[in-house]
Design a protein around this ligand. Structure first.
Ligand code: MG
Length: 262
């Protein structure tokens, strides 16, 4: 009983001391002035590149891109009228530059007369990190999912076979659509074990479809994902082998982000 009384008094004393300390603090004690955030000029419209973005595709050329399966080869997709259309025979393309964490904006459009069903209807993909040839990496799915049934973790806005989108935010084929993505690259310990998983937040046509999800590893067509260590990686676009018409892209930019742990 006496023990309980003593611990009760001690608890009360700590509480009073905390309140007193709060009352003695001034507003200035929790305000700081450096480092000052950089000034960045926003684009004129939402989606237009801000002043500090790296422009990955400006409507004129693919000088920032190479072929995934032979990175000595310049990307050879079809650039015309300010857009780039997938060349299915030349395969996936990826950036020359490698990235860790970033904010990315990309616009894509399905052909108005797209045909096919399921995964064979305007399939492409945004690989947030390309970890090797072909489809190695972490894919945010691109597909015509306006009125097209497939497995939900394979529809547009899905982290392929890991997380379905929170909602179906597709415009119909023939309309430009946008992805705005925040990518946090996975971190690995010196022994190759996973330190922290990759994370994705994604907006599809301005609507949140992935809310800071923890990836289970690179996205796989077959099997369960698991991590293999890697560092900064290219960003990759998919030339999917289905028979439907190729999709197009425009206005692709990226803003590398500081390491959240430094
Ligand atoms: Mg795909």
């Amino acid at each position: 009983m006496q023990k309980q009384l003593i611990s009760g008094i001690a608890f009360l004393a700590i509480g009073i001391a905390t309140v007193n300390a709060q009352q003695k603090m001034k507003p200035e004690d929790t305000e700081y002035y450096t480092p000052v955030p950089n000034v960045v000029t926003p684009g004129k419209t939402c989606g237009e590149a801000p002043s500090d973005a790296i422009i990955l595709f400006n409507g004129k050329d693919l000088s920032k891109w190479v072929e995934t399966n032979d990175t000595t080869m310049q990307a050879a997709w079809d650039v015309h009228n300010g857009i780039v259309t997938v060349s299915k025979k030349s395969g996936n393309i990826q950036t020359k530059e490698r990235f860790m964490d970033y904010q990315l904006h990309l616009e894509w459009k399905e052909p108005k007369n797209i045909a096919g069903t399921g995964q064979a209807r305007g399939n492409s993909g945004l690989f947030l990190a390309s970890t090797g040839k072909g489809d190695d990496g972490y894919e945010l799915q691109i597909l015509d999912s306006y009125n097209n049934s497939t497995y939900v973790n394979g529809q547009a806005g899905a982290v392929y076979k890991q997380y379905p989108p929170l909602v179906n935010a597709n415009f119909p084929p023939g309309v430009w659509q946008s992805y705005d993505v925040i990518w946090t690259a996975p971190r690995f310990n010196e022994d190759g074990s996973l330190k922290s998983p990759a994370k994705v937040t994604a907006f599809f046509n301005g609507i949140l479809v992935q809310n800071n999800v923890n990836l289970k590893g690179p996205t796989l067509y077959i099997g369960n994902p698991s991590y293999k260590p890697h560092g900064a990686s290219p960003i990759k676009l998919q030339a999917h082998g289905d028979k439907s018409l190729p999709i197009s892209f425009r206005n692709i930019w990226v803003r590398p982000l500081p390491d959240p742990n430094q």
